[in-house]
Design a protein around this ligand. Structure first.
Ligand code: ZN
Length: 160
């Protein structure tokens, strides 16, 4: 027997459920369907496992960027006294800054609540945000949209 992994996209609302619950429901659904006599008989013996939630692209990216920001703060150019070490540290900082800037340019909207960042095509545009003016306190900078994940307001990121 060989093993393959099938993938399927699922759209859901964070207000109603989470990926693990959907996977559990899908397992039940599949179990019921597969109990139909002869339903897979055209395919020979087939063993079907359980639904697995794949790592979320945005969660992985979020963690990597957080790690990179932490590393950026850790690279100490002052402390590296030997001149070649100092040069290496400066170079490393510049490389990290380049990656972070490219990321912020591509994902310029940061959620004020969950902290994730979004592209222009992902963020809920301002003209579709409900009760926008009531949700912005006086003196607070104007948001750039609404978080598609948690529904909080997003602030624009100024790329240096
Ligand atoms: Zn959010």
């Amino acid at each position: 027997m060989r093993t393959c992994y099938l993938q399927l996209p699922v759209e859901y609302s964070v207000r109603n459920t989470d990926p693990e619950s959907v996977a559990t429901a899908m397992d039940q659904l599949l179990k019921t369907a597969l109990s139909t006599p002869g339903i897979m008989s055209d395919y020979g013996p087939v063993q079907i496992g359980e639904f697995t939630v794949l790592p979320d692209e945005s969660a992985v990216r979020h963690e990597l960027i957080a790690l990179l920001r932490a590393a950026r703060a850790y690279v100490d150019t002052e402390d590296a006294c030997a001149s070649n070490e100092h040069q290496e540290a400066v170079k490393l900082q510049e490389e990290i800054d380049g990656v972070l800037q490219a990321h912020d340019t591509q994902y310029p909207h940061r959620c004020q609540d969950c902290g994730d960042q979004f592209r222009d095509d992902q963020v809920v545009p301002l003209d579709q945000v409900k009760n926008l003016l009531e949700r912005v306190s006086p003196g607070e900078p104007m948001p750039s949209g609404e978080c598609p994940e948690c529904g909080a307001l997003c602030q624009p990121i100024k790329v240096k």
